[in-house]
Every structure is written in C-alpha cells, then in structure tokens.
Design a protein around this ligand. Structure first.
Ligand code: 4GX
Length: 249
C-alpha cells in the first residue's frame, strides 16, 4: 500500500516515522510512505496555507486550493484511485477494525488539519473524516501518525511475527493478559507459578482467564462484541458468577 501525508510540519511527521517497526518497514520499502509539505503547493509570495474565516470570528482556516493542488499532484504520481482521509474531532472514531480495513486500501492520503480546520469545500475530496478520540489537539499530525502506525501493523511484513498481530488483544476484542520477564522475583514480588510451570495448556488457560477478568472489570463494553470460543465463554461465566457472589456478601 502507499500512504501520502499532507502537512505543514513535514519534519515532525518524518521524525516520528523514522523510528521503530514502521521506520524499518519504510526503509525496507515494505511500506511506501511519502510526506508532502503543503507550503510547496502555494502560489503566493508568503506561501500562505491559511486565511481569515468568512463571517468573522477567532482563528484561521486552511485554504482549499493548496490542498487541492497537493491532491492533484499525489493523484498524478500514484496513478490510481486515492482514498482521502481527514483527521478531525468531527470524524467517526478510528478503531482497530478501521485500521484493518484501511490496510487493504491501495492508496491512502492523510490530510493533517491545523488551526480552526479546513475550508468546507475540501470535504468534497475527502472520503472519510476520522477522529482518534474525544480530546482537542493542536493539529492533525499526531492523529495521522496514529492512523499510519495502527494501519501499518496490518500490512504483511511490517510486524516481524504475523502471529503476534493476529493474536493482538484488540484484534481478538479483549484486553491483554499480564506479561512478565526475568528475574522471577523482584523483591518479594514473584511471577505467577503457572508461567514457570512449563505446562502450556495451563498457561494458555491462565492467560485467557486474566484477559477476560481484566476486560470484565475495566472494559465490560468490549464483551458485547468480542468473539469468544467455548472455553472463553465458560471462563467468563465463572468470573461473572464470582463477581455476583462477591457483591452478595
Ligand atoms: N482526532 N484535531 C485537527 C484541526 C482541524 C479541525 C477540523 C480539520 C478539521 C483530532 C482528534 C483533533 C484538532 C486535529 C483540530 N482539522 N483530530 N485539528 N482528536 O483534535 O483527530
């Protein structure tokens, strides 16, 4: 897949994309990511990307034409249909399922908004408006980076172990189980015996139970849509029974 990012802070986006598994995937050309400085698509002496809002009021609005010229250039370069995303608090919530769906799209473009937002006419070229959560940021760069990271993990070859992507807690709709590494004892705090037992069936069951217990106590909403197997359903029943008993006394 190809990802084009349009921003007024290309250095910020570039720095973030050079680290970790995503950085390695770009370097090894498993992922084709290009960063475009919106100011390169301006035509005035001051390279203006924003202007005052019609109707008055505080703040500035991103101009439509530099964005249109950037999209035209990307379209010409990619030579196929673009799927244009705008990151904004008005968008539909970005989820793990959304990340997986986007990872199958050939050409994705991320528009990073700044200021009060973009001229409304830009939306005629936007396919999806996505929000990464209900809080206000100072620009769309961090949301775009969040989208790139979550989407890239689904592209074959980006994460070393495909198994770990498939088994990722959120892909299965549950919270993760606890992890431990050496040493087996930190002060008096010991690793659960089962993890040192070598009994892999027991370990698998313990992890399922921990995942389910955490999900039940922290994110019960996830249990409505989680795809549970028979064993998980049985363990969940048990946990719920235990919690009901707890509340009785
Ligand atoms: N999840 N922001 C975008 C400017 C803006 C506003 C409207 C386009 C349309 C955000 C979020 C977020 C702040 C990024 C406003 N651009 N984006 N920016 N939360 O808060 O995605």
């Amino acid at each position: 897949m190809t990802i084009d990012i349009v921003t007024i802070f290309p250095a910020m986006v570039d720095a973030a994309l050079s680290a970790g598994v995503v950085g390695r995937a770009i370097e090894s050309r498993v992922l084709d990511v290009a960063i475009h400085d919106l100011r390169d698509f301006t035509t005035d002496r001051h390279r203006s990307v924003d202007d005052m809002p019609f109707g008055g009021g505080p703040g500035m609005v991103m101009k439509a034409e530099p964005i249109f010229r950037a999209l035209d250039a990307i379209e010409a370069k990619r030579g196929g249909r673009l799927t244009v995303l705008l990151t904004s608090p008005q968008g539909t919530q970005f989820t793990q399922a959304g990340a997986e769906r986007l990872s199958k799209v050939e050409h994705v473009v991320l528009l990073c908004g700044r200021y009060e937002g973009v001229d409304e006419r830009v939306r005629s070229r936007v396919d999806e408006e996505v929000s990464i959560g209900d809080y206000v940021l100072s620009g769309g760069e961090l949301p775009a980076l969040v989208v790139v990271d979550a989407v890239a993990r689904f592209v074959p070859g980006v994460v070393g172990d495909d198994q770990s992507v498939a088994e990722d807690s959120f892909s299965r709709g549950l919270l993760d189980f606890p992890h431990y590494t050496r040493p087996a004892e930190v002060g008096t705090d010991r690793v659960p015996d089962v993890l040192l037992s070598g009994n892999h069936a027991e370990i698998r069951r313990w992890r399922k139970r921990e995942s389910l217990a955490r999900t039940l106590s922290r994110r019960p909403d996830l249990l409505e849509t989680a795809a549970l197997d028979d064993e998980e359903r049985r363990i969940l029943e048990e946990l719920q029974k235990g919690r009901r008993a707890e509340r009785q006394d």
